[in-house]
Design a binder for this molecule. Sequence first.
Ligand code: 2E4
Ligand code: SF4
Length: 346
Amino acid sequence: MSALFSRWESMLNKAVKPPLTIRLCQPRGFCAGVDRAIQIVVLALKKYGAPVYVRHEIVHNRYVVEGLQNLGAVFIEELSEIPEKHKQSPVVFSAHGVPKSVPADAVARNLFYLDATCPLVSKVHKQAMRHQRLGRHVLLIGHAGHPEVIGTMGQLAEGAVTLIETEADAASFQPADPEALGFVTQTTLSVEDTAGIIRALQERFPALQAPAAESICYATTNRQDAVKETAPGCDLYLVVGAPNSSNSRRLVEVAERAGAAMSLLVQRASEIPWDEIGGISTLGLSAGASAPEIIVDEIIDAFRQRFDVSVDLAVTATETEDFPVMRALRDVELTPADMAFVNGTV
Ligand code: 2E4
Ligand code: SF4
């Protein structure tokens, strides 16, 4: 009876709902650095109990932040917000990294900190320090005000790093010594725009030294490649992510440039502007590195209610990266329910 009903329901759907192909990117969503950062907060809560303070959103996603708040995490922007009576509680630094002054301040305040900076952001910090060791002035290509940029600039003394945001900045920068320059970049930039800025700098300063390893990370590159491949011919492209998520916003730009007729960032299915969408037949779908998979599912379900959906999985790369947490937390076990939260599936 129920099999008959569901066949009938599916026939009815086909009859009344317009067809829609969803090109679903893979890879999309959580990267190894995000997975590790969320794990650190969950493990710290299990090991030390609530509250666990987290300096800045652990990753730029409200759903993740609220989920961790429900488990007992308290989000702050500055260490001074930790009340005296909770000075024994651990404080976690977000995945985006922090200036050197932050761990120094934590030590001065007698706080116990756990650094959830993504290892690939820490690698950029090391490359900036290496340039300086070799006598170079450092150019950081990135976006002003972003916490990762604040963290990377804060690895070196004031004045040792110049921020380059655009090709116009590259054209107007006046170095003290054009023979002694090195660059690094934010990890989540547009691969294409960054190449343009680097070219502009190299034309003016042929002695400019690149970092020993690429600064834009594997997850950023892979997610942009997948969007670039799937965007041509899409009537609409949706990227799941937050307005303050640099890597997610870059995916929206990539989709538009690669040929999607329209491209939007959405945090939840409730933000889909159905009235603006109209009669689409091909939808591109991806998610930024901080967006949990459960929201991708929520969005596909919302489209199923209005369209007869078929999902085409576009696999453009396989990711095997896995970053272990710090030793202090390796003795704590995660339950399957914890793992599901860490993986973004609940
Ligand atoms: C750290 C470094 O940097 P972005 O704004 O893209 O951060 P988000 O939290 O959205 O993504 C995770 C992340 C964290 C990316 N790179
Ligand atoms: Fe690390 Fe890259 Fe993920 Fe950022 S996007 S957390 S740099 S792996």
